[in-house]
Design a protein around this ligand. Structure first.
Ligand SMILES: Cc1cc2nc3c(=O)[nH]c(=O)nc-3n(C[C@H](O)[C@H](O)[C@H](O)COP(=O)(O)O)c2cc1C
Length: 410
């Protein structure tokens, strides 16, 4: 069994089997290494045709474990699995899933899968025909029945010119699923049966066909909220304003550009939502006039001033006219100074139930993968959220929401 102590780095075994998507496991490995996990890569012989041992060793900082018959005195076919806190196989080929389902153990990875007593995550990748074949589906069902987590493959471009279901899920999505398993949140379903609406990104207010007024919001915190809500069982509508991130799996995405479009989409989605979280950065003002033709500079002339008009206050509108009884509205405030005082004033002005206050600027919050915040409640509560990955911040926000929805939280 794995030896755990609070200070010990989580031990992850990254099994890689022989699919064309093996190169994407390099990105997954980096995500694990950079976030303090110790990773042992166990590639199959077929996987080494796609990505060589040197890449795995260099990226993980330790030798890749490729052979059952190497360093036999260390009994690697037993020890690697026994020491693991998590085994993740990405990509998992049809062949690997079949072997795992049937308990075959003819190489180091399949031996490791039999000796591991920790959670096991498989991220399958193969052609649609292979995925849909009854043999593969039965193997997946039997692995799931035994408690393994088998992620659904994504839909999209496959090897060659084919398109369909069978693509390896995005490395970020695999990493997020693994982190939930390691944090004990896997299977948490306290938002099941709830419809949540999340806005993310930043609106753009066009000046002319090529220019706009915008802001620096990347949408990462909003996307983390959408992904974690879906993982906790919610039906999620994500209103995405100019976000350059892949659509999260299992989430309905509505793309918008301007504050006016976001308002329309938010009011429509909120009509049947239990929770609305407005994480998008909405422009307070938009140009009063839109020039249908690109604005030109004129020789020697000073630039014309840009007249602005107010955009609607979407958060105040949603807070003031709850579309459903008991609907919760959560706002975000990005502040650069007097963070808590400004946050309290904004909460009172907007009338929302919770306000997540971030300090932004100088590399904080915008575009980064980590965040920290204080959540102010209309009931006077003040809950600090420790610095951490945006998924953890999102989970802490959902904990507060779930408690207010009357659902026992994690
Ligand atoms: C170019 C190429 C790409 C392949 N891609 C996949 C794939 O994406 N998924 C899959 O299940 N098998 C794929 N295969 C077949 C596997 O490599 C083959 O089944 C192999 O025996 C798997 O061994 P392993 O499961 O021990 O890694 C591919 C084969 C080749 C030659």
């Amino acid at each position: 069994m794995s030896e755990t102590s609070p200070s010990r780095q989580p031990q992850v075994v990254l099994g890689v089997s022989g699919g064309i998507a093996a190169y994407k496991a390099c990105e997954l490995l980096r995500r694990f290494s950079e976030s303090g996990h110790q990773v042992t890569v166990v590639p199959t012989a077929a996987a080494l045709h796609f990505v060589g041992e040197a890449t795995w060793a260099a990226l993980s900082g330790r030798p890749a474990a490729t052979e059952t018959w190497d360093r036999v005195h260390e009994v690697p076919h037993v020890r690697i699995g026994q020491r693991a806190d998590l085994v993740v196989v990405a990509p998992a080929t049809a062949d690997l899933l079949a072997k795992a389902a049937h308990g075959l153990a003819d190489d180091l990875l399949t031996n490791t899968l039999l000796t591991a007593r920790c959670p096991v995550v498989f991220a399958p990748a193969m052609h649609t025909e292979m995925w849909e074949h009854a043999a593969t589906q039965e193997n997946v069902a039997s692995l799931r029945r035994r408690g393994a987590i088998v992620l659904e493959p994504a839909v999209g471009r496959l090897t060659g010119v084919d398109t369909g279901k069978g693509r390896l899920p995005d490395p970020d999505a695999i990493f997020a699923a693994c982190r939930r398993v390691l944090s004990g949140r896997a299977g948490q379903a306290d938002l099941a049966g709830r419809h949540v609406v999340v806005s993310a990104g930043g609106t753009r207010e066009p000046l002319d066909p090529v220019r706009y007024l915008g802001n620096r919001s990347s949408g990462k915190q909003g996307y983390a909220l959408a992904v974690t809500a879906a993982a906790r069982g919610a039906r999620v509508t994500l209103l995405a304003a100019n976000v350059e991130l892949p659509d999260p799996a299992g989430v309905a995405v509505v793309n918008v550009t301007t504050a006016l479009e976001l308002r329309e989409a938010a009011v429509k989605a909120a009509a049947e939502a239990d929770v609305v979280v407005m994480a998008a950065a909405v422009a307070d003002f938009r140009p009063a006039e839109y020039a249908a033709v690109k604005i030109k500079k004129k020789d020697g002339a000073e630039p014309a001033p840009v007249a602005l008009v107010r955009n609607p206050d979407i958060l105040a509108e949603l807070s003031g006219s709850r579309a459903r009884p008991g609907q919760l509205v959560v706002g975000f405030a990005a502040e650069t100074d007097q963070v808590l005082a400004n946050g309290r004033a904004k909460l009172a002005r907007k009338g929302c139930d919770l306000l997540v206050v971030n300090e932004v600027g100088e590399g904080r919050a915008f575009g980064t993968d980590t965040n920290e915040a204080v959540v102010l409640g209309a009931d006077g509560s003040e809950t600090p959220i420790a610095p951490g990955p945006k998924e953890d911040v999102a989970d802490a926000i959902w904990d507060l929401v779930a408690a207010r929805l009357g659902v026992p939280s994690h």
